[in-house]
Design a protein around this ligand. Sequence first.
Ligand SMILES: C[S@@+](CC[C@H](N)C(=O)[O-])C[C@H]1O[C@@H](n2cnc3c(N)ncnc32)[C@H](O)[C@@H]1O
Length: 330
Amino acid sequence: MAGDTSSVLAEDGPDAAASETTADAHAEFAQAVLEGLARQKRSLPSRFLYDARGSELFEEITRLKEYYPTRAETALLQTHGADIAEHVGEADSLVEFGSGSSRKTSLLIGALEGLETYIPIDVSETYLAEAAEWLAPQHDGLTITPLVADFTKTDALPDTARGQKLGYFSGSTIGNLTRDEAMAFLLNAAQLLGRDSAFLVAIDLKKSPDILIPAYDDAEGVSASFSLNLLTRINRELDGNFDIARFAHRAIYNEPEGRIEIYLESLAGQTVNVLGRDFAFAEGERIHTEFSHKYSIEGFQALAATAGWRGVTAWTDPDGLFSLHLLRRD
Ligand SMILES: C[S@@+](CC[C@H](N)C(=O)[O-])C[C@H]1O[C@@H](n2cnc3c(N)ncnc32)[C@H](O)[C@@H]1O
Protein backbone atom coordinates (compact mmCIF):
# COMPACT_ATOMS: atom_id res chain seq x y z
CA MET A 1 0.00 0.00 0.00
CA ALA A 2 1.01 3.57 -0.45
CA GLY A 3 2.59 5.86 2.14
CA ASP A 4 0.76 7.96 4.64
CA THR A 5 0.05 10.87 2.30
CA SER A 6 -1.63 8.66 -0.23
CA SER A 7 -4.67 6.51 -0.56
CA VAL A 8 -5.98 4.32 -3.33
CA LEU A 9 -9.06 5.97 -4.77
CA ALA A 10 -11.81 4.10 -2.98
CA GLU A 11 -14.54 2.70 -5.20
CA ASP A 12 -16.58 1.76 -2.18
CA GLY A 13 -13.99 2.05 0.57
CA PRO A 14 -14.79 2.81 4.19
CA ASP A 15 -16.25 6.30 4.78
CA ALA A 16 -14.10 6.70 7.88
CA ALA A 17 -10.87 6.27 5.90
CA ALA A 18 -12.11 8.70 3.24
CA SER A 19 -12.97 11.42 5.75
CA GLU A 20 -9.61 10.90 7.51
CA THR A 21 -7.87 11.47 4.17
CA THR A 22 -9.99 14.55 3.54
CA ALA A 23 -9.20 15.91 7.03
CA ASP A 24 -5.46 15.29 6.47
CA ALA A 25 -5.59 17.01 3.09
CA HIS A 26 -7.40 20.00 4.61
CA ALA A 27 -4.88 20.30 7.46
CA GLU A 28 -2.00 20.07 4.98
CA PHE A 29 -3.53 22.79 2.78
CA ALA A 30 -4.13 25.04 5.81
CA GLN A 31 -0.57 24.64 7.06
CA ALA A 32 0.97 25.26 3.63
CA VAL A 33 -1.12 28.41 3.09
CA LEU A 34 -0.50 29.90 6.53
CA GLU A 35 3.24 29.20 6.31
CA GLY A 36 3.49 30.31 2.68
CA LEU A 37 1.72 33.63 3.28
CA ALA A 38 3.78 34.35 6.40
CA ARG A 39 7.10 34.09 4.51
CA GLN A 40 8.94 37.22 3.52
CA LYS A 41 8.88 35.95 -0.09
CA ARG A 42 5.36 34.61 -0.15
CA SER A 43 4.75 31.34 -1.95
CA LEU A 44 2.15 28.59 -2.23
CA PRO A 45 2.91 25.04 -3.50
CA SER A 46 1.67 24.54 -7.07
CA ARG A 47 -0.06 21.23 -6.31
CA PHE A 48 -2.84 23.17 -4.57
CA LEU A 49 -3.81 24.75 -7.90
CA TYR A 50 -5.53 21.47 -8.81
CA ASP A 51 -8.84 21.37 -6.98
CA ALA A 52 -11.84 20.29 -9.11
CA ARG A 53 -12.16 23.73 -10.76
CA GLY A 54 -8.38 24.07 -11.18
CA SER A 55 -8.26 20.70 -12.95
CA GLU A 56 -11.06 21.83 -15.30
CA LEU A 57 -9.23 25.06 -16.03
CA PHE A 58 -5.98 23.22 -16.69
CA GLU A 59 -7.79 21.08 -19.29
CA GLU A 60 -8.97 24.33 -20.93
CA ILE A 61 -5.37 25.56 -20.96
CA THR A 62 -4.26 22.40 -22.80
CA ARG A 63 -6.65 23.31 -25.64
CA LEU A 64 -5.41 26.92 -26.06
CA LYS A 65 -3.60 27.80 -29.28
CA GLU A 66 -0.79 29.38 -27.21
CA TYR A 67 -0.24 26.23 -25.10
CA TYR A 68 2.02 24.13 -27.34
CA PRO A 69 3.17 21.46 -24.76
CA THR A 70 0.06 19.24 -24.89
CA ARG A 71 -0.12 19.35 -28.70
CA ALA A 72 3.60 18.63 -29.03
CA GLU A 73 3.57 15.70 -26.59
CA THR A 74 0.43 14.22 -28.19
CA ALA A 75 2.06 14.42 -31.62
CA LEU A 76 5.23 12.75 -30.29
CA LEU A 77 3.19 9.85 -28.90
CA GLN A 78 1.19 9.55 -32.12
CA THR A 79 4.27 9.62 -34.34
CA HIS A 80 6.70 7.61 -32.23
CA GLY A 81 4.43 5.41 -30.11
CA ALA A 82 5.59 2.17 -31.76
CA ASP A 83 9.25 3.18 -31.52
CA ILE A 84 8.82 4.16 -27.86
CA ALA A 85 7.18 0.78 -27.14
CA GLU A 86 10.02 -1.03 -28.89
CA HIS A 87 12.65 0.81 -26.86
CA VAL A 88 10.72 0.18 -23.63
CA GLY A 89 10.50 -3.57 -24.26
CA GLU A 90 8.55 -5.52 -21.66
CA ALA A 91 6.22 -3.43 -19.47
CA ASP A 92 3.62 -5.06 -17.24
CA SER A 93 2.68 -2.00 -15.15
CA LEU A 94 2.56 1.66 -16.16
CA VAL A 95 2.89 4.13 -13.26
CA GLU A 96 2.06 7.73 -14.13
CA PHE A 97 2.98 10.69 -11.92
CA GLY A 98 0.58 13.67 -12.06
CA SER A 99 -1.63 11.86 -14.56
CA GLY A 100 -4.39 14.51 -14.86
CA SER A 101 -6.93 13.57 -17.53
CA SER A 102 -4.81 10.62 -18.87
CA ARG A 103 -5.85 11.57 -22.43
CA LYS A 104 -2.32 11.39 -23.85
CA THR A 105 -1.57 8.29 -21.80
CA SER A 106 -4.23 6.41 -23.72
CA LEU A 107 -1.96 6.67 -26.79
CA LEU A 108 0.96 5.21 -24.83
CA ILE A 109 -1.17 2.42 -23.36
CA GLY A 110 -2.38 1.57 -26.88
CA ALA A 111 1.22 1.27 -28.08
CA LEU A 112 2.40 -0.95 -25.21
CA GLU A 113 1.48 -4.54 -26.00
CA GLY A 114 0.99 -6.77 -22.99
CA LEU A 115 0.49 -3.97 -20.47
CA GLU A 116 -1.61 -5.33 -17.59
CA THR A 117 -1.93 -2.48 -15.08
CA TYR A 118 -2.11 1.29 -15.14
CA ILE A 119 -1.54 3.24 -11.92
CA PRO A 120 -2.31 6.94 -12.35
CA ILE A 121 -1.08 9.02 -9.37
CA ASP A 122 -2.50 12.49 -8.79
CA VAL A 123 -3.44 14.86 -5.95
CA SER A 124 -6.68 15.64 -7.75
CA GLU A 125 -9.27 13.01 -6.92
CA THR A 126 -11.70 14.52 -9.41
CA TYR A 127 -9.19 14.17 -12.22
CA LEU A 128 -8.39 10.56 -11.26
CA ALA A 129 -12.01 9.47 -11.07
CA GLU A 130 -12.90 11.07 -14.40
CA ALA A 131 -9.78 9.70 -16.12
CA ALA A 132 -10.38 6.13 -14.93
CA GLU A 133 -13.98 6.26 -16.11
CA TRP A 134 -12.90 7.56 -19.54
CA LEU A 135 -10.01 5.11 -19.99
CA ALA A 136 -11.57 1.83 -18.90
CA PRO A 137 -13.85 1.23 -21.92
CA GLN A 138 -11.01 2.01 -24.32
CA HIS A 139 -8.55 -0.55 -22.95
CA ASP A 140 -10.29 -3.85 -22.40
CA GLY A 141 -8.70 -6.02 -19.73
CA LEU A 142 -6.46 -3.26 -18.35
CA THR A 143 -6.47 -3.06 -14.55
CA ILE A 144 -6.63 0.60 -13.51
CA THR A 145 -5.69 1.45 -9.91
CA PRO A 146 -5.80 5.21 -9.34
CA LEU A 147 -3.79 6.49 -6.38
CA VAL A 148 -4.61 9.81 -4.71
CA ALA A 149 -1.18 10.89 -3.53
CA ASP A 150 1.53 13.52 -3.58
CA PHE A 151 4.01 12.09 -6.08
CA THR A 152 6.94 13.70 -4.25
CA LYS A 153 6.14 11.60 -1.17
CA THR A 154 4.82 8.33 -2.62
CA ASP A 155 6.87 5.54 -1.09
CA ALA A 156 4.94 2.44 -2.15
CA LEU A 157 2.71 1.33 -5.00
CA PRO A 158 -0.59 -0.57 -4.81
CA ASP A 159 -0.40 -4.38 -4.94
CA THR A 160 -1.61 -4.35 -8.54
CA ALA A 161 1.76 -2.87 -9.63
CA ARG A 162 3.39 -6.13 -10.65
CA GLY A 163 6.20 -7.23 -12.95
CA GLN A 164 8.28 -4.94 -15.12
CA LYS A 165 7.45 -1.28 -14.48
CA LEU A 166 7.42 1.72 -16.79
CA GLY A 167 7.11 5.16 -15.21
CA TYR A 168 5.59 8.08 -17.13
CA PHE A 169 5.88 11.73 -16.11
CA SER A 170 3.88 13.62 -18.72
CA GLY A 171 2.97 17.24 -19.33
CA SER A 172 6.50 18.49 -18.43
CA THR A 173 5.19 18.54 -14.84
CA ILE A 174 8.72 17.77 -13.65
CA GLY A 175 9.42 21.40 -14.62
CA ASN A 176 7.23 22.50 -11.69
CA LEU A 177 9.91 21.14 -9.37
CA THR A 178 13.15 23.00 -8.65
CA ARG A 179 16.26 21.18 -9.88
CA ASP A 180 16.95 19.87 -6.36
CA GLU A 181 13.35 18.72 -6.01
CA ALA A 182 13.48 17.12 -9.48
CA MET A 183 16.58 15.18 -8.49
CA ALA A 184 14.97 14.03 -5.23
CA PHE A 185 11.87 13.02 -7.21
CA LEU A 186 13.93 11.02 -9.74
CA LEU A 187 15.77 9.25 -6.92
CA ASN A 188 12.48 8.37 -5.25
CA ALA A 189 10.97 7.20 -8.56
CA ALA A 190 13.97 4.88 -9.02
CA GLN A 191 13.22 3.28 -5.64
CA LEU A 192 9.51 3.09 -6.35
CA LEU A 193 9.78 1.58 -9.85
CA GLY A 194 12.57 -0.82 -8.91
CA ARG A 195 15.46 -2.44 -10.74
CA ASP A 196 15.35 -2.79 -14.53
CA SER A 197 12.53 -0.27 -14.78
CA ALA A 198 12.17 2.31 -17.53
CA PHE A 199 10.91 5.88 -17.23
CA LEU A 200 9.42 8.09 -19.93
CA VAL A 201 9.74 11.76 -18.94
CA ALA A 202 8.29 14.73 -20.85
CA ILE A 203 10.57 17.76 -20.84
CA ASP A 204 9.78 21.20 -22.16
CA LEU A 205 12.80 22.61 -23.98
CA LYS A 206 14.39 26.05 -23.65
CA LYS A 207 13.03 28.49 -26.19
CA SER A 208 12.25 32.13 -26.87
CA PRO A 209 10.18 33.99 -24.25
CA ASP A 210 8.03 35.10 -27.22
CA ILE A 211 6.66 31.54 -27.32
CA LEU A 212 6.90 30.80 -23.59
CA ILE A 213 5.13 33.82 -22.10
CA PRO A 214 1.87 33.51 -24.11
CA ALA A 215 1.75 29.80 -23.20
CA TYR A 216 1.51 30.84 -19.53
CA ASP A 217 -0.42 34.09 -20.01
CA ASP A 218 -2.90 33.58 -22.85
CA ALA A 219 -5.04 36.21 -24.53
CA GLU A 220 -8.33 34.71 -23.28
CA GLY A 221 -7.16 34.81 -19.65
CA VAL A 222 -7.60 31.10 -18.92
CA SER A 223 -4.13 30.86 -17.31
CA ALA A 224 -5.04 33.86 -15.17
CA SER A 225 -8.30 32.18 -14.07
CA PHE A 226 -6.32 29.02 -13.25
CA SER A 227 -3.93 30.97 -10.97
CA LEU A 228 -6.58 33.12 -9.35
CA ASN A 229 -8.68 30.03 -8.62
CA LEU A 230 -6.14 29.25 -5.88
CA LEU A 231 -7.33 32.35 -4.00
CA THR A 232 -10.96 31.31 -4.52
CA ARG A 233 -10.03 27.90 -3.10
CA ILE A 234 -8.43 29.53 -0.04
CA ASN A 235 -11.55 31.67 0.46
CA ARG A 236 -13.81 28.61 0.27
CA GLU A 237 -11.76 26.04 2.18
CA LEU A 238 -9.83 28.21 4.64
CA ASP A 239 -12.34 30.92 5.40
CA GLY A 240 -10.28 33.50 3.51
CA ASN A 241 -11.40 36.89 2.24
CA PHE A 242 -9.13 37.50 -0.76
CA ASP A 243 -10.70 40.08 -3.08
CA ILE A 244 -9.93 38.25 -6.34
CA ALA A 245 -10.37 41.43 -8.40
CA ARG A 246 -7.49 43.02 -6.50
CA PHE A 247 -4.93 40.37 -7.52
CA ALA A 248 -3.47 39.73 -10.98
CA HIS A 249 -1.76 36.79 -12.66
CA ARG A 250 1.85 37.46 -13.72
CA ALA A 251 4.07 35.15 -15.81
CA ILE A 252 7.73 36.08 -16.23
CA TYR A 253 10.65 34.25 -17.83
CA ASN A 254 13.72 34.11 -15.57
CA GLU A 255 16.40 33.62 -18.21
CA PRO A 256 19.37 32.83 -15.90
CA GLU A 257 17.33 30.16 -14.10
CA GLY A 258 15.74 28.95 -17.36
CA ARG A 259 12.25 28.96 -15.93
CA ILE A 260 8.82 30.53 -16.13
CA GLU A 261 7.75 31.95 -12.77
CA ILE A 262 4.09 32.51 -11.97
CA TYR A 263 2.93 35.00 -9.35
CA LEU A 264 -0.29 36.48 -8.01
CA GLU A 265 0.34 40.20 -7.63
CA SER A 266 -1.52 42.48 -5.23
CA LEU A 267 -2.99 45.41 -7.19
CA ALA A 268 -3.37 47.56 -4.04
CA GLY A 269 -2.26 47.89 -0.46
CA GLN A 270 -4.65 45.56 1.36
CA THR A 271 -5.02 43.19 4.29
CA VAL A 272 -6.32 39.67 3.76
CA ASN A 273 -7.57 37.34 6.46
CA VAL A 274 -7.16 33.54 6.29
CA LEU A 275 -8.24 31.25 9.14
CA GLY A 276 -8.34 34.25 11.49
CA ARG A 277 -4.85 35.51 10.60
CA ASP A 278 -4.20 38.85 8.89
CA PHE A 279 -1.71 39.20 6.06
CA ALA A 280 -0.85 42.74 4.89
CA PHE A 281 0.04 43.18 1.21
CA ALA A 282 1.76 46.21 -0.29
CA GLU A 283 0.74 47.26 -3.80
CA GLY A 284 2.81 45.16 -6.23
CA GLU A 285 3.69 42.50 -3.66
CA ARG A 286 3.62 38.99 -5.09
CA ILE A 287 2.78 35.44 -4.05
CA HIS A 288 4.78 32.87 -5.98
CA THR A 289 2.56 29.97 -7.13
CA GLU A 290 4.42 28.00 -9.78
CA PHE A 291 7.71 27.36 -11.57
CA SER A 292 8.06 25.76 -14.96
CA HIS A 293 11.69 24.88 -15.58
CA LYS A 294 12.90 24.49 -19.14
CA TYR A 295 15.80 22.19 -20.01
CA SER A 296 18.12 21.33 -22.88
CA ILE A 297 18.19 17.65 -23.90
CA GLU A 298 21.70 17.28 -22.45
CA GLY A 299 20.84 19.31 -19.32
CA PHE A 300 17.95 17.04 -18.43
CA GLN A 301 19.87 13.83 -19.17
CA ALA A 302 22.72 15.03 -16.93
CA LEU A 303 20.23 15.70 -14.13
CA ALA A 304 18.64 12.25 -14.60
CA ALA A 305 22.10 10.62 -14.54
CA THR A 306 22.85 12.14 -11.13
CA ALA A 307 19.75 10.29 -9.88
CA GLY A 308 20.87 6.96 -11.38
CA TRP A 309 18.82 7.05 -14.59
CA ARG A 310 20.61 6.39 -17.91
CA GLY A 311 19.28 8.25 -20.95
CA VAL A 312 18.40 5.64 -23.61
CA THR A 313 17.02 7.96 -26.25
CA ALA A 314 14.92 11.10 -26.66
CA TRP A 315 12.27 12.10 -29.19
CA THR A 316 11.68 15.76 -30.12
CA ASP A 317 9.13 17.47 -32.36
CA PRO A 318 10.29 19.02 -35.67
CA ASP A 319 10.22 22.54 -34.14
CA GLY A 320 12.39 21.50 -31.19
CA LEU A 321 9.82 22.70 -28.66
CA PHE A 322 9.34 19.60 -26.55
CA SER A 323 10.92 16.23 -25.83
CA LEU A 324 10.17 12.76 -24.48
CA HIS A 325 13.09 11.02 -22.76
CA LEU A 326 13.34 7.32 -22.20
CA LEU A 327 15.46 6.58 -19.13
CA ARG A 328 16.48 3.22 -17.79
CA ARG A 329 17.68 2.00 -14.47
CA ASP A 330 20.13 -0.89 -14.79
C1 LIG B 1 0.64 20.20 -15.56
S1 LIG B 1 -0.63 19.10 -15.08
C2 LIG B 1 -0.31 17.76 -16.20
C3 LIG B 1 -1.44 16.79 -16.31
C4 LIG B 1 -1.20 15.65 -17.32
N1 LIG B 1 -0.09 14.83 -16.92
C5 LIG B 1 -0.97 16.21 -18.70
O1 LIG B 1 0.12 16.03 -19.21
O2 LIG B 1 -1.91 16.80 -19.25
C6 LIG B 1 -0.01 18.52 -13.54
C7 LIG B 1 -0.78 17.37 -12.93
O3 LIG B 1 -0.05 16.90 -11.79
C8 LIG B 1 -0.88 16.89 -10.63
N2 LIG B 1 0.01 17.24 -9.52
C9 LIG B 1 0.66 18.41 -9.30
N3 LIG B 1 1.46 18.32 -8.22
C10 LIG B 1 1.30 17.06 -7.75
C11 LIG B 1 1.87 16.34 -6.65
N4 LIG B 1 2.76 16.90 -5.83
N5 LIG B 1 1.50 15.05 -6.46
C12 LIG B 1 0.58 14.45 -7.30
N6 LIG B 1 0.01 15.09 -8.34
C13 LIG B 1 0.37 16.36 -8.57
C14 LIG B 1 -1.99 17.88 -10.90
O4 LIG B 1 -3.17 17.59 -10.19
C15 LIG B 1 -2.16 17.74 -12.42
O5 LIG B 1 -3.05 16.71 -12.74
